[in-house]
Design a protein around this ligand. Structure first.
Ligand code: NAD
Length: 434
C-alpha cells in the first residue's frame, strides 16, 4: 500500500514511520526543505524517543522516504494523510486551517486513480467535507473519498502510543474508504486495538472532546490544589484518593503549573470557538482555559512569595523548559508565560533543559542564560524552580545542590519531592497544593 504523509512534523513523521513499520510504503512530504534534507541524511529534526532508530530501519528497508515533491508522491498514493499544523488563528481562537486547505489544493491537482484523503490533523467539525469541496473544485474529475482519522499519540511516548493505541478512530463515508483504512491498520488486529468507525463529524469532534476532557481534569486538580493550600490538605493525596475510583481514573490528575504543549491550549480554544459559532454553550471548557491561565499566573506569585516577596535581583535556576519531559517541543510551555513575568520584575534566569534549550531560545527573552548542565544552572542561585519533571531532575543530589546555591529556596512545580527530604538538605521547600 502506498501512503503519503503531507507534513513531516511530530505527527506526520511518527505516523509515517509507524505505517512503514506496519509494512506500507510511505513517503513523507514537507514544505521545509531543510527538514527533508536532514531526514534524507538520516537526521531527525525533532526529539522523540526511539524515532531515529525506527526511521533509520524503515528508510534502509526502502519503505520510508522523504521529499518536498507533492506532485510525484501524490500521483501513486492509495492513501494521503494530511498531517499539517492547525495552530490557533490570530485573534479569535479558531483553528487556522490554511495549511490544511493549501495541502488539499496541492493534492487535488495531482490526483490520478482512486485515492482516500485522510485528515490526521486536529480540525474542527466540517473540515473533511470542506477538504472534499476544495478538491472537487480544483479537480472536478478526481476519484476520491475523504476520511477523518484523528491522532491521539502523546509526544514523548509517540511510537508506543501509535503502535499500541487505546483505539483508532476512523470517520468515513464509504465502504471503499473504510476498507482501505482497515487494511492499513490491519497489523493492529494482532494486539486487538479497537477500531471505532464513525461518520466524519463524530470523528472530528471526538478528538476535540477527548483533549478538552483531559484538559478539564488538569484544570480541575489545579483548582483543587488551591483549596488544598488554604485548607492544609495535600493535593497528591487528594488526587490519589480520587484516582482510585475507577470511574475517575488516576491519569491527568497531577497538579502543576498548568497544561501547555502543542495540543491542549489550541484545541480547547478551538472547541470554544466552534461552540460559539454553532451558538451553543461551552462553559466548562471556557472555565478550563481560564483556570489554566490563572494557574500559570499563580506560579509566578508562588515563586515571588517563596523568595520573600520580591524576585528583583534574585538569581533563579530553572530546571526544565519544555511543557513535559521527553520532548523538545516548547509550544505553549508554561515556562513561556512564567519566565518572562519573573524577568520583568527583575529576576535573572539561568535555565537548563535536556532537549528543549534550542527550541526555547527564540521564544524566551534574550537575557535568559542557558546552562550546560544542572550544576552550572544551580550555581549561586537564590532559588531553584523545578519546572518540568525530566528524569534527570527526579533524583537530584540535594546536599550538593544546596551547597552550590547562594540561597536556599526550592520551588517544585511538579510535586516531585517530599518536604522532609528538602528540609534535611537545608532547603526551604514550596510545591503545588501541599
Ligand atoms: P508540526 O508543526 O510538528 O508539523 C507540521 C508539518 O507540516 C511542518 O513540518 C510543516 O512544514 C508541514 N507542512 C505545512 N503545510 C504543508 C504542506 N502544504 N505540504 C507539506 N508540508 C506542510 O505539527 P504536529 O505537532 O505534527 O501537528 C500536526 C497536527 O496533528 C495538528 O493538527 C495537531 O493538532 C495534531 N496532533 C498533534 C499531536 C502532537 O502531539 N504534536 C498529537 C495529536 C494530534
Amino acid at each position: 500500500m502506498n501512503v503519503v504523509m503531507i507534513g513531516a512534523g511530530y505527527v506526520g513523521l511518527v505516523s509515517g514511520a509507524c505505517f512503514a513499520e506496519f509494512g506500507a510504503s510511505v513517503t513523507c512530504v514537507d514544505k521545509q526543505e531543510d527538514r527533508i534534507t536532514a531526514l534524507q541524511q538520516g537526521k531527525i529534526p525533532i526529539y522523540e524517543p526511539g524515532l531515529d532508530e525506527l526511521v533509520r530501519k524503515n528508510a534502509e528497508a526502502g519503505r520510508l522516504s522523504f521529499t518536498t515533491d507533492v506532485a510525484g508522491s501524490v500521483a501513486k498514493a492509495d492513501l494521503i494523510f494530511i498531517a499539517v499544523g492547525t495552530p490557533t488563528r490570530r485573534g479569535d481562537g479558531h483553528a487556522d486551517l490554511k495549511y490544511v486547505y493549501a495541502a488539499a489544493e496541492e493534492i487535488a491537482v495531482n490526483l490520478q486513480d482512486y485515492t482516500v484523503i485522510v485528515d490526521k490533523s486536529t480540525v474542527p467539525v466540517g473540515t473533511a467535507r470542506e477538504v472534499a469541496r476544495v478538491i472537487r473544485k480544483t479537480n472536478p474529475d478526481a476519484d476520491f473519498d475523504v476520511a477523518s482519522n484523528p491522532e491521539f499519540l502523546r509526544e514523548g511516548s509517540a511510537i508506543s502510543d501509535f503502535m499500541r493505541p487505546d483505539r483508532v478512530v476512523l470517520g468515513v463515508e464509504s465502504e471503499r474508504a473504510e476498507n482501505r483504512l482497515r487494511e492499513l491498520y490491519r497489523p493492529l488486529n494482532l494486539i486487538e486495538a479497537p477500531l471505532l468507525i464513525t461518520g466524519l463529524e463524530s470523528a472530528e469532534l471526538i478528538k476535540y472532546a477527548a483533549n478538552a476532557f483531559l484538559a478539564t481534569k488538569i484544570s480541575f486538580i489545579n483548582e483543587m490544589s488551591q483549596l488544598c493550600e488554604k485548607t492544609g490538605a495535600d493535593v497528591n493525596a487528594v488526587a490519589k484518593g480520587m484516582g482510585m475510583d475507577k470511574r475517575i481514573g488516576n491519569k491527568f490528575l497531577h497538579a502543576g503549573p498548568g497544561y501547555g504543549g502543542s495540543c491542549f491550549p489550541k484545541d480547547t480554544l478551538a472547541l470554544n470557538r466552534m461552540a460559539q459559532e454553532y451558538g451553543v454553550g461551552s462553559r466548562i471548557v471556557e472555565a478550563v482555559v481560564e483556570v489554566n491561565a490563572s494557574q500559570k499566573a499563580r506560579m509566578v506569585s508562588k515563586i515571588r512569595e517563596a523568595l520573600g516577596g520580591s524576585e528583583a535581583d534574585k538569581r533563579i535556576a530553572v530546571l526544565g523548559l519544555t511543557f513535559k519531559p521527553e520532548t523538545d517541543d516548547m509550544r505553549d510551555a508554561p515556562a513561556l508565560a512564567i519566565l518572562p513575568a519573573l524577568i520583568d520584575r527583575g529576576a535573572t534566569i539561568c535555565a537548563h533543559d535536556p532537549e528543549g534549550m534550542e527550541e526555547a531560545r527564540p521564544l524566551l527573552p534574550d537575557d535568559v542564560e542557558y546552562a550546560e548542565n544542572i550544576e552550572a544552572a544551580v550555581k549561586d542561585a537564590d532559588a531553584v524552580v523545578l519546572m518540568t519533571e525530566w528524569n534527570q531532575y527526579r533524583g537530584l543530589n540535594l546536599n550538593e545542590l544546596s551547597k552550590a546555591m547562594r540561597g536556599d529556596v526550592f520551588i517544585d512545580l511538579r510535586n516531585v519531592y517530599e518536604r522532609g527530604l528538602m528540609e534535611r538538605a537545608g532547603l526551604q521547600y514550596t510545591s503545588v497544593g501541599r
